[in-house]
Ligand binder design. Structure first.
Ligand SMILES: [Zn+2]
Length: 302
């Protein structure tokens, strides 16, 4: 299997992005993996601290490893939004490929100190692991929010991104460039979309040369996402859209099959619903339609 670093380099070079989707059960996980397999593109499965707490850290690693044993493009596992060194170490020891060390709610200098310490400890344990650091404010909770958070004050600047990267030694950077976690209630059944500060993305990329991750991208305008990828975004996080697809499908199943009590018949449509959502996003991010494995693999291995 191509390494995560090789996969990021390839995406960066061809100006595509890798989709990152969060899981907290097998229904979402199977929908995501089936979509990536069908499109023949790599995918990153993410689990935040709460999602890991629900599934179990070693259990999630074991399921991912069993899915990897089947033929297909790479599946990577990311410990999303980890707020403590202990949580990061647990994920690294269990076999996660990547850890998002999120100390972004702390003042800048403290964020630098704690992220740098996490990089030192994690690389000491697992030299191959990738570490992401986060600066700025992208809100919290992949949920439905009634009111927008005031994020304008803390969009990431190219200078602070450069300083953060230099002082921490991170592998990937999560800047605040216009998205937020979750979606607004007003976006649910309307055409309202999130928009991105593409000039800011380009400026940060030019100043740092880093791989950049876009968090909280659910409900973002498609054209903005295409422009962001061209400007330097390499990984895109989608969680709320997947959760919405999951919930709506389960509500429909429960409403239409009143006497059914078998989880596998009630939940099977949710796998398909998640798969449709993920497929649409992967097609947009990869910009390649459906390349064959032969087209993708030699470049990854080069
Ligand atoms: Zn996030």
């Amino acid at each position: 299997m191509a390494s995560l670093l090789q996969t990021l380099r390839l995406a960066d070079a061809e100006k595509s992005a890798i989709g990152h989707f969060n899981v907290s059960d097998l229904v979402t996980l199977y929908g995501i993996v089936e979509a990536a397999r069908q499109q023949q593109v790599p995918v990153i499965v993410g689990a935040s601290e709460a999602e890991r707490g629900f599934m179990g850290v070693p259990q999630l690693v074991a399921v991912i490893e069993s899915l990897r044993a089947r033929e297909g493009p790479p599946i990577f596992l990311n410990a999303d939004h980890t707020h403590s060194l202990a949580g990061a170490v647990e994920a690294a020891k269990a076999g996660f490929d990547w850890v998002v060390c999120d100390f972004s709610s702390l003042p800048f200098e403290q964020n630098v100190r704690q992220t740098r310490e996490a990089v030192r400890v994690l690389k000491g344990l697992r030299p191959d692991i990738l570490v992401e650091g986060e600066i700025g404010d992208i809100g919290s909770g992949s949920q439905i929010h009634d009111a927008p958070p005031n994020l304008k004050r803390s969009l990431t600047t190219a200078d602070e991104a450069h300083q953060f990267v230099e002082e921490t030694g991170i592998d990937t950077l999560a800047p605040a460039v216009g998205t937020m976690h979750g979606v607004l209630r007003s976006m649910l059944n309307t055409d309202a979309k999130k928009h991105l500060d593409v000039d800011r993305i380009r400026a940060i990329k030019e100043r740092t040369g880093m791989f950049m991750t876009l968090h909280g991208a659910s409900g973002t305008d498609d054209d903005d996402l295409r422009a962001a990828i061209t400007a330097g975004i390499t990984v895109i996080h989608i969680n709320t859209e997947v959760r919405l697809a999951w919930r709506r499908s389960i509500e429909e199943s429960l409403a239409s099959r009143k006497d059914d009590i078998a989880p596998y018949t009630l939940l099977a449509p949710a796998i398909e619903a998640v798969k449709r959502t993920v497929t649409a996003r992967l097609a947009l991010f990869s910009r390649r339609g459906t390349p064959s494995r032969q087209e993708v693999q030699p470049t990854i291995r080069a």
